[in-house]
Design a protein around this ligand. Structure first.
Ligand SMILES: *[C@@H]1O[C@H](CO)[C@@H](O)[C@H](O)[C@H]1NC(C)=O
Ligand SMILES: *[C@@H]1O[C@H](CO)[C@@H](O)[C@H](O)[C@H]1NC(C)=O
Ligand SMILES: *[C@@H]1O[C@H](CO)[C@@H](O)[C@H](O)[C@H]1NC(C)=O
Ligand SMILES: *[C@@H]1O[C@H](CO)[C@@H](O)[C@H](O)[C@H]1NC(C)=O
Length: 379
């Protein structure tokens, strides 16, 4: 029955809109996971916290904070119609199992941390990625979104924790996307309005802040090109080409190297963050797309009362922009990072010691940016 209906629809679409649309319909029929029928209009998305960067520790470490989430990521999710639950780093594996049963997607935010930090951002990411993969394998639709360092985390995890990235220089760089010829075959851009595609491809609206890049050669070298589709590339200040958007071919996993949340919510000056009406509109497209994906997940918290215990509203962001952070506001957390003895994980320390990362110079004092970049690039 479904097949007949699909065929009729395909023919009608072919007549009405031409071969491109009909082809996409048929393509999507082949991927049953992406035919999700569920519509959840109360989506709840988890955002992974991360350890304080060096400079944040200098500014806020004395206040007892040990992890944070930049508020712009929270607003990015909320502004598209979802609620946010913070996900703590440095927790036992069962914690991630328990929290994700209730969530409709996870966002890996950008930031500045190392992937080799024991029981930090990347280790939490490993748990989340594995669980999300298992859900999707079982037909339980579960999107994961990575922005900047979060995009690099996705590819790092897909490469089984190999340091696959290239050093590059793309700080304060505003760029249009150079789309691949077949980018419309991706789920992310298949139904993007032409107006959005025009803005993204012709105006320097994407805000780049990274000193690591993932290249197509890196994807090939680590066996990632079979499972991931590259939709666009860009060039850093030195003309080195890097991947700016990807998606997983079988799971609803998406990664972007730039920062749409900054166009809408971050105001640090002289950092090349476009706030034009077009830039904001294009940025909002990515938020809407991700939350639309989250609506295809039917996970629920057992009750509103239990959701209330976990939701980000239990915390108040602080005005970190006053201390010249490039984040206007951050949710700062304390006591969420258990020490290794408490977790009985002390022996795990350094297990991924060769995998390094310090990227996405986000939480950096404006005046110290140049010094810090030099320190980490040359130091
Ligand atoms: C990662 O590990 C899995 C399971 O051990 C393996 O199937 C896969 O090929 C590995 N991928 C890479 C990129 O090394
Ligand atoms: C990633 O690719 C770039 C060039 O595309 C190369 O210079 C670099 O060595 C690669 N990195 C790794 C870890 O393979
Ligand atoms: C902003 O980025 C553009 C490239 O799109 C570059 O030409 C310009 O110099 C950059 N401005 C600053 C202040 O970095
Ligand atoms: C992580 O990698 C960086 C860069 O190689 C290194 O400086 C740092 O000591 C490493 N940290 C750990 C905990 O291994």
């Amino acid at each position: 029955m479904t097949v007949t209906v699909a065929l009729v629809l395909a023919v009608v679409l072919l007549l009405v809109t031409g071969p491109g649309q009909a082809k996409r319909l048929i393509d999507s029929q082949e991927r049953s996971l992406f035919d999700a029928a569920v519509v959840n209009d109360q989506p709840v998305v988890g955002i992974l916290s991360q350890e304080l960067s060096y400079l944040m520790t200098q500014n806020y470490g004395d206040d007892g904070y040990d992890s944070y989430i930049a508020a712009s990521y929270v607003k990015f999710v909320e502004g598209a119609g979802a609620r946010v639950v913070p996900i703590w780093i440095n927790q036992p594996a069962e914690y991630y199992e328990q929290i994700m049963v209730n969530l409709n997607g996870v966002l890996f935010p950008g930031g500045a941390t190392w992937f080799n930090q024991s029981n930090g951002y990347a280790d939490a990411g490993r748990h989340i990625y594995d669980i999300a993969m298992r859900y999707n394998e079982n037909g339980d639709y579960f999107p994961v979104w990575g922005t900047c360092l979060g995009f690099e985390l996705l590819t790092y995890l897909a490469a089984n924790g190999s340091e696959h990235r290239a050093h590059c220089r793309s700080n304060s760089q505003a760029l249009p996307l150079n789309f691949k010829d077949d980018f419309r075959k991706s789920r992310l851009f298949a139904s993007a309005p032409n107006e959005i595609v025009d803005i993204l491809s012709s105006e320097p609206v994407t805000a780049n802040f990274h000193q690591y890049c993932v290249t197509e050669a890196n994807m090939t070298a680590y066996g990632l090109e079979d499972n991931w589709r590259v939709m666009s590339v860009d060039k850093d200040w030195n003309g080195m080409e890097f991947i700016s958007t990807i998606e997983h071919k079988r799971y609803p996993f998406y990664g972007i190297q730039f920062h749409p949340e900054k166009n809408i919510y971050e105001w640090v000056q002289n950092k090349n963050i476009s706030h034009t009406a077009n830039a904001v509109q294009a940025a909002q497209f990515f938020a809407d797309f991700f939350i639309h994906e989250a609506r295809k997940s039917d996970h629920r918290f057992p009750s509103e009362t239990i959701l209330d215990q976990h939701v980000i509203y239990n915390y108040q962001p602080i005005f970190t922009g006053l201390k010249r952070s490039s984040f206007e506001q951050c949710y700062m957390f304390s006591g969420k990072v258990l020490d290794e003895d408490q977790l009985g994980l002390a022996d795990d320390a350094g297990s991924s010691a060769s995998a390094v990362s310090l990227t996405c110079m986000l939480s950096v004092l404006t005046t110290l940016v140049t010094t810090i970049v030099r320190l980490h690039v040359h130091g």
